[in-house]
Ligand binder design. Structure first.
Ligand code: 3PG
Ligand code: MG
Length: 399
């Protein structure tokens, strides 16, 4: 791999130079208050930003937040994120009220050596996510004009063919940041020769989102444990009734084929927590998977399932986990996710937690981050990496 990294840039000397850093500051926000509920992604980019500040660069940070559709939407402003970044860096951070307009240009022009500016949300501009190369290119041109060198530290976005990820590096000397480097180093251990048993735990709501990674991982892993909303489509494929739980009817046949392809490899829940409604205070019981009442919705895996999954994890030498086991944001349905996370933390395995949601779950459930081998900042990105796909953001750095 011929990727130049931050150390190469620092060796060139960056004092007084404008360095454009693509970060993934797409943090979860509280729906009511707009407060940042988990700042893990901001912390993850501090080593790169800190090194540039130390070296006297004029640091211009850009990121997306949420999925605004090419025009400003105040609830997706990066302003509060810039504030939090300033607290963590221990220095004021300038904020531009647009991404590539007058405010961005004057903010960047006003930076002194060692100062940091954050630009407004990239996705307030149509060109960022456009499928049209020319439209993306035109936006990339404006963005690139704000820097003299480009550092990609947005691991969570490397699977997106977006202007700031894919087209800007074609226009500036480009380097991988510390986070991108570390993520790739760790994930490549899983795609290489992982120590066995290699156990993967997958959760989250949809089979269709995870199908490609299941297809890619199934031949490689020793065990695939499935929880979360997507387990009900697998249970249905076993001929069970799942009440009003999440179900992707059109995926049932696919799930059946997957289970037949590698008999015994896929482990499904034996019990679930079934509630009368999707609500934090809904009446609920633990039931066997062959006895889910027709009007109930399964919102978590049950204790016997947790014990079974924990036994498989105890044997493991390598673990990858993506996706919560239940609706962990509601205390009543957090036990499955907590139980699995604790089992991973306790196992002697080299463990990688992939994904915005599972990483946030580890922290919001108050688990000790240091008991995991690596907590990835990328959800979709880590899955696509494990699928063996070419990631546009990495490919752009290689050129
Ligand atoms: C993520 O949260 O997975 C990354 O920030 C990418 O966001 P996206 O899925 O909206 O492109
Ligand atoms: Mg995502």
């Amino acid at each position: 791999m011929s990727i130049r990294n931050l150390d190469d840039l620092l060796a060139e000397g960056v004092s007084g130079r404008r360095v454009l850093v693509r970060a993934d500051l797409n943090v979860p926000l509280d729906k009511q208050t707009g407060d940042i509920t988990d700042d893990g992604r901001i912390r993850a980019v501090l080593p790169t930003l800190g090194a540039l500040v130390q070296a006297g660069a004029r640091v211009v940070v850009c990121s997306h937040l949420g999925r605004p559709k090419g025009t400003p939407e105040p609830q997706f402003s990066l302003r509060p994120v810039a504030g939090r970044l300033g607290e963590l860096l221990g220095a004021p951070v300038h904020f531009a009220a647009d991404t590539v307009g007058d405010s961005a240009r004057s903010t960047v022009d006003g930076l002194a050596d060692g100062q940091v500016a954050v630009l407004e949300n990239l996705r307030f501009n149509k060109g960022e996510t456009s499928k049209d190369d020319a439209e993306r290119g035109a936006f990339a041109e404006q963005l690139a004009a704000l820097g003299e060198a480009y550092v990609d530290d947005a691991f969570g976005a490397v699977h997106r063919k977006h202007a700031s990820v894919y087209d800007v590096p074609a226009r500036l000397p480009h380097f991988a940041g510390r986070l991108v480097l570390r993520e790739v180093e760790v994930l490549s251990k899983l795609t290489g020769e992982p120590q066995r048993p290699y156990v993967v735990v997958l959760g989250g709501s949809k089979v269709s989102d995870k199908l490609a990674v299941i297809e890619a991982l199934l031949p490689k892993v020793d065990r695939l444990l499935i929880g979360g909303g997507m387990c009900f489509t697998f249970l249905k494929a076993q001929g069970l009734e799942v009440g009003s739980s999440l179900l992707e009817e059109e995926m049932v046949e696919t799930c059946r084929n997957l289970m037949e392809r590698e008999p015994g490899k896929i482990m499904l829940p034996v019990d679930v927590v079934a509630a009368v409604a999707f609500a934090p205070d809904a009446e609920h019981d633990t039931v066997r998977v062959d006895g889910i009442p027709s009007k109930r919705v399964g919102l978590d895996i049950g204790p016997e399932t947790v014990a079974g999954f924990a036994a498989a994890l105890e044997q493991a030498r390598t673990v990858f986990w993506n996706g919560p086991m239940g609706v962990f944001e509601m205390a009543a349905f957090a036990n499955g996710t907590r139980g699995v996370a604790e089992a991973i933390a306790k196992s002697g395995a080299f463990s990688v937690v992939g994904g915005g949601d599972s990483a946030a779950a580890v922290r919001t459930l108050g688990l000790d981050e240091s008991s995991f081998g690596h907590i990835s900042t990328g959800g979709g990105a880590s899955l696509e990496y494990l699928e063996g796909k070419t990631l546009p953001g990495i490919a752009a750095l290689e050129n």
